[in-house]
Design a protein around this ligand. Structure first.
Ligand code: GUN
Ligand code: ZN
Length: 442
């Protein structure tokens, strides 16, 4: 460790340390696990992650090692699909996606024309993400540019790596939420120029979904996505059977719902497709070929009764997968709770999701599906130091269960199935403590 300087910006954390180098579904040696581990951070980046016994002798004199023994350090969770304006309408009852959008979503999103309201919700939303250990998210704002300004300002103030974008929608929604084909694209381009790659902020071109954009808007959104290839793109696809039928009637010439986006040039690296439940093999082949990625949203899919994600076919066709909450369609900000429901979704579909895979999907899987491996998602040298401290004793029940887990798999499984925001003892972003659980909050 000769390259460690005597810089005072060096920090070291002792705990069990887990992170991934590969997808455990396809590789035997996919992860590193250091039961008595040390994570070394300097100037907001990872210097090393390894065995305490090997690494601690390399630390310069006078560095205090922060002692998290008994806890696990893992990379910060990555939530690849979430709507910050829906924070205040989480857990709103409706019989399915389309009535839920009409009754709750659109009226709630109307309020984000006001930048002060946007700022206040963005502040709460980011607090909640950090409480749950999520350090990066792909975030839908609303149709109002103010909602995007407020979100990025809040994320930038905390130095978080976030991806967000202005919703594009110029038809099939209330008048008060409509932009125009040209106006929406112009506003998106202005936001790209202002925010994309400013500090840790990244922009996502965000057509809400095919039914709420005209042909003209879809065409321009696809062109914008080609003109700015290093931006992200996010949208919804094949979530619900009524929605799929609606898209078929709106775009009768398309081979499938996904094909609508394909026709407009929206399948590409850094394109994140929410849900992907009602895809067929030809769709999945196009996703894999174009390096487009899936954001699986199990709590939302159960809540809205949308359907079950097909893990078996997605894996057989090597589609890039990630895990997401989809709040407010999703019922929790917690990626641990989301793992719990992903596990059950896999079981109902006849497959089995090991705990290591769930933790992969919530960390490196998310980073890879966003083409951000090396930047976030694991503890490779020089990666950004976004990490969380998980407490296996966070609740009486977790403590009791984890007191006799006999393998890493069992320990992670207990955390995934019993864990939530209380399990996150601390959250660090770019090496800085950004959340610490208060004593007595379990
Ligand atoms: N499809 C279009 N908009 C939305 C949304 O806000 N939430 C979900 N779950 N699906 C959508
Ligand atoms: Zn969504």
């Amino acid at each position: 460790m000769s390259n460690i300087s005597s810089n005072t910006n060096l920090q070291a954390y002792r705990a069990s340390v887990l992170h991934f180098q590969q997808d455990p579904a396809f590789h035997e040696k996919a992860y590193a696990w250091h039961e008595d581990g040390l994570l070394i951070v300097e100037d907001g980046r990872i210097v090393a992650a390894g065995e305490y016994a090997q690494l601690h002798t390399s630390l310069p004199e006078g560095i205090d090692v922060i002692d998290y023994r008994g806890k696990l350090i893992v990379p910060g969770f990555i939530d690849t699909h979430i709507h910050y304006p829906q924070t205040d309408m989480i857990a709103s009852p409706a019989p399915g996606l389309l009535p839920w959008l009409e009754t709750y979503t659109f009226p709630t999103e109307r309020q984000f024309a006001d930048i002060n309201h946007s700022a206040q919700v963005a502040h709460f939303f980011i607090d909640e993400l950090l409480r749950c250990g999520t350090t990066t998210a792909m975030v839908y704002c609303t149709v109002h540019p103010e909602s995007v300004e407020a979100f990025f300002a809040e994320s930038e103030a905390r130095n978080l790596r976030m991806v967000a974008g202005k919703v594009l929608m110029d038809r099939n929604c209330a008048e008060f939420l409509r932009d125009t084909a040209e106006g929406g694209i112009r506003e998106s381009e202005e936001l790209i120029k202002k925010w994309h790659k400013r500090g840790r902020q990244l922009y996502a071109i965000t057509p809400r979904f095919a039914p709420t954009s005209s042909d003209a808007q879809m065409q321009l959104a696809g062109e914008l996505a080609q003109a700015y290839p290093d931006t992200f793109l996010q949208t919804h696809v094949a979530e619900n059977t009524d929605e799929v039928a609606w898209v078929k009637s709106l775009y009768p010439k398309a081979r499938s719902y996904l094909d609508v986006y394909d026709q407009y040039g929206m399948l590409r690296p850094r394109a994140m497709y929410g849900h992907c439940i009602w895809l067929d093999d030809a769709d999945r082949a196009r996703m894999a070929e174009t390096q487009s990625a899936v954001a699986m949203c199990p709590t939302s899919n159960f809540f809205l009764g949308s359907g079950l994600f097909n893990f078996e076919r997605a894996d057989a066709q090597q589609v890039s997968l990630s895990l997401a909450t989809d709040v407010g369609g999703g019922t929790s900000f917690s990626m641990l709770r989301t793992m719990n429901e992903a596990y059950k979704m896999a079981r109902l579909g006849g497959t089995y999701l090991p705990a290591l895979r769930m933790f992969y999907l919530a960390t490196l899987g998310g980073a890879r599906s966003m083409q951000l491996e090396g930047t976030i998602g694991n503890f490779g040298k020089d990666a950004e130091a976004d990490f969380i401290v998980l407490d296996p004793q966070a609740t009486p029940l977790l403590a009791r269960r984890t007191s006799h887990t006999e393998s890493l798999d069992e320990l992670l499984f207990a955390l995934a199935l019993l864990g939530d925001d209380r399990t996150v003892a601390a959250t660090y972003a770019a090496g800085k403590l950004v959340h610490q659980r208060q004593a007595g909050h379990n």
